[in-house]
Ligand binder design. Structure first.
Ligand code: IMP
Ligand code: MG
Length: 213
């Protein structure tokens, strides 16, 4: 299942069927046959980020917020979201790894880049593309717990709630875009083996694509 970084097999799988919704919006076109289904369209995502930004602005009214994105999957979502906030904010990033070049979490989280801004006394909003088992978020919440933040809240575009491990079932998500079916999804920042992040929608990747790797 694992594909090496930059492995051309992940990009050039020769599949022939293309669903109508993706025909004209996929660039590069070499990926147009790789999507099984569009779950969330570009227009739906645009409306959802506006709705989330409104709710977040209301929650932090009169305060400043430190928006912490998880590299790299959350970058596209974060940049769309923060530009619609009506409260002052700073941006920082954390890099952790749990997936590598696979479609399933390894279950162990490693910190690769910590925050540049000291979160002490700040209202921290963690911004994620997708919560799957919840392992990454649980680790990050634990990581921030000793840093004396004024508050820590969580925003995710997608929640694969059916995949949450039993121990993390009660994890509170303060701002959530949509519940996501248990499928491997790509686009709008989310990748498989570093590809597909540029797709303007969130779609299900055909299993044939990663089965070949
Ligand atoms: P968790 O630790 O199992 O919750 O995994 C969370 C991270 O795995 C997310 O931040 C995503 O970046 C990545 N991830 C989980 N499922 C998918 C998927 O279907 N497509 C792309 N990335 C995923
Ligand atoms: Mg992520």
């Amino acid at each position: 299942m694992a594909a090496g970084a930059g492995d051309s097999k992940a990009v050039h799988v020769a599949l022939t069927t293309c669903i109508p919704e993706v025909k004209d919006v996929v660039a590069p076109q070499v990926w147009k046959n790789h999507i099984k289904q569009v779950l969330f369209s570009e227009a739906a995502i645009k409306a959802k980020t506006a709705e989330l930004a409104k709710a977040i602005s209301k929650e932090y009214s009169g305060k400043e917020v430190l928006c912490v994105g998880l590299l790299k999957g959350a970058v596209v979502f974060l940049t769309d979201l923060v530009r619609q906030l009506e409260v002052p904010y700073q941006i920082d990033f954390l890099t952790v790894s749990s997936y590598g070049h696979s479609t399933t979490s390894s279950g162990s989280v490693k910190l690769k880049k910590d925050l540049d801004i000291d979160p002490k006394g700040r209202h921290v909003l963690i911004i994620e593309d997708l919560i799957d088992t919840g392992t990454t978020l649980a680790w990050i919440k634990h990581h921030l717990a000793s840093k004396e933040c004024a508050s820590v809240k969580l925003c995710t575009l997608l929640d694969k709630s059916s995949r949450r491990t039993a121990a993390l079932k009660d994890m509170k998500i303060d701002f959530c875009g949509w519940t996501c079916p248990d499928e491997f999804v790509v686009g709008y920042g989310m990748d498989f083996s570093e590809n597909y992040r540029c797709l303007p929608f969130v779609g299900v990747l055909k299993p044939e694509v990663y089965a070949k790797n």
